[in-house]
Design a protein around this ligand. Sequence first.
Ligand SMILES: *Cc1c(COP(=O)(O)O)cnc(C)c1O
Length: 383
Amino acid sequence: MYITNRPEIVFTHGKGSWLYDNTGKRYLDFIQGWAVNSLGHCNEGMIEALEKQARTLINPSPAFYNGPMAQLAGLLTANSCFDRVFFANSGAEANEGAIKLARKWGRKFRNGAYEIITFDHSFHGRTLATMSASGKPGWDTIYAPQVPGFPKADLNDIASVEALIGEKTVAVMLEPIQGEGGVIPATREFMQQLRALTKKHNLLLIVDEVQSGCGRAGTLFAYELSGIEPDIMTLGKGIGGGVPLAALLSKTDVACFEAGDQGGTYNGNPLMTAVGHSVISQLVAPGFLESVREKGDYLKQELLKLSAERGFKGERGEGLLRALLLDSDKGPQIVEKARLMQPDGLLLNAARPNLLRFMPALNVTKDEIDQMMTMLRSVLDSL
Ligand SMILES: *Cc1c(COP(=O)(O)O)cnc(C)c1O
């Protein structure tokens, strides 16, 4: 089915930060499957885990335990503030699970409260409930009627959240860094205010770390940056390094699903969780996250230099999720020219027309960042 405009090329293979098309042209990839390929294209550890697991056990049924599911859950709980994990196949499905868990908790402990305060310009996925939770302009009408119960507050404005709290409120849900909205970080102060406010009113705090999690922000999870502990977290994208895997995590006392409340044919399937285990193991290896922070800082400095040089409006982001703020709506034009460049192309994304978003592999090299900056300068020169 037609769903979007795709360029007339077919990608055939990739390695690390480079993608190759059917004509043999190569592209420096600063999209990486939309912040999905945390370790670049065709990472050796992931290949090994996938091959080994494919020969051992592909799917015993979600109603039975398997080794990789337990090992990955153990790795995630050992490296986060959470105790319980449910595996899903996509970020939207993990967020659906978070919404259901909060509503269940509200029914059990909060007199049936079900409203979840979310934010303008947020993005939580493309199912009906997650589209309703999202604050994307126009999304309230495309598939109307919406799923009710998602009043919208303004990011980094605690009074706007407080004003929406009522009898029916059960939780506040946000992306610690709004990704699709244009790489807009919630401030440390705002995250701390939210934690205090939700505690005061006995509400759950849900972080959607589908894009900001799994090392992208320079810490394993972005909530760590503000020193708070949320009640529920969702992961997707980077956790599978490119394969369909997502997760819903919570503290013990919040994990109140009863038998039959939640499930899914592929939840915890060993083929995907084995790959996720390889990905997370590589992210928590000594020195890895430190190197993400170093390269994030390096990219930041380079973008600031370029911004000053061209009269742009600076940059923002955390770790290796960054945006360059342009002086006009030429983002889509830059993206197109960069891809068409010869001999090598450059893959970039304009999350909004007035900015460019950078989400390279977390193991991108400084040399590749330099190459990207050189290519970007030549695209800007050609406009
Ligand atoms: C991409 C994304 C989702 C949706 O994930 P899918 O795997 O596409 O369903 C949800 N939340 C955030 C913050 C995202 O960036």
